[in-house]
Design a protein around this ligand. Structure first.
Ligand SMILES: [Zn+2]
Length: 292
């Protein structure tokens, strides 16, 4: 019986190991195919009696961001790095290329400590969309075109109220300023996305009497009135947001002094377009005929 050369052993063993590995892989795949789906439940004795009557969770909000990154590659690296601990459902490059990072049924980590109306867990209730943008630059047309197409798709699938399309700065006014003041909210509004009021409509609106309470009715967290006012202006009066005076937040009773007549008129106009708004919460009044 010929003695196998050392070189033959070296040839045979890897082949056997490869065959064994293939067999193991096949068993694992077969087991995975027949394994039950992982069920989330209490750490208590419980009987699993499944019902067929359920569906995936439905997001109620869309939160828009800018990445603050110079390049798409750096943004993608951050949003997909386990150590960074942040993500979004979608990332749109300046070119308009659309990338999905998280299944819409899952909770992406994009909003952080945020609040809108009575909702303080925006991550659970929203779809997060990141736009590649260094933070102080305009948003190119191809990027906005893709965003508009994505919004159309999301709004039609989830039947989202249009006023629930918000910026990160809106829901976290003390911490965030994105998307920046150059974001084209008016262009979105022309396509029916987001709460908005045209300049023509503003002219016929009253002046809202309590603008802080009115911002709260719209959804803003007004615990810091200056932060809420700053966020609101960035979104709805971006042309005026560069003129923000650097002053300390006024005492609660004086917070309304932040708002000029155009602010008050625009807020009243927005309230008129907000479905279900309790108008009694903000007593509006017309300006005096001879007033400034
Ligand atoms: Zn953000």
């Amino acid at each position: 019986m010929p003695e196998a050369h050392a070189g033959d052993v070296a040839m045979v063993d890897p082949m056997r190991r490869h065959a064994a590995w293939l067999l193991w892989l096949a068993v694992v795949l077969l087991c995975a195919a027949c394994a039950p789906t992982r069920i989330m439940g209490p750490q208590l004795p419980v009987t699993w009696s499944p019902s067929p009557n359920y569906g995936d969770r439905r997001p109620a909000f869309i939160i828009l961001h800018h990445t603050g990154s110079t390049t798409f590659a750096s943004a993608l690296k951050t949003l997909t790095s386990a150590s960074a601990g942040v993500s979004a459902h979608y990332l749109i490059d300046r070119t308009g290329a659309l990338h999905q990072l998280v299944d819409e049924r899952h909770r992406a980590w994009h909003a952080g400590d945020a609040r809108w109306g009575g909702d303080s867990d925006l991550n659970s209730a929203s779809i997060g969309i990141e736009l590649v943008n260094a933070g102080d630059e305009p948003f190119p047309s191809p990027q906005i075109d893709t965003l508009l197409a994505l919004l159309q798709d999301l709004v039609s699938r989830y039947r989202l109220p249009t006023q629930n399309i918000l910026g990160h700065g809106d829901v976290a006014p003390r911490r965030k300023v994105d998307p920046n003041r150059l974001f084209p909210w008016a262009q979105l509004a022309q396509r029916g996305f987001g709460l908005w009021c045209s300049p023509e409509a503003q002219r016929s609106s009253a002046l809202v009497a309590d603008p802080v309470l009115a911002l709260q009715a719209i959804g803003y967290d007004t615990s810091d009135p200056r932060a809420a006012w700053t966020a609101w202006r960035r979104h709805f009066r971006s042309e005026a947001s560069t003129l923000l005076p650097a002053q300390p937040t006024p005492e609660a009773g004086d917070a309304a002094t932040l708002f000029d007549a155009d602010d008050r008129r625009l807020i009243a106009c927005l309230l008129e377009r907000l479905p279900g708004t309790q108008r009694s919460a903000t007593t509006a009044r017309r300006p005096p005929p001879s007033g400034p």
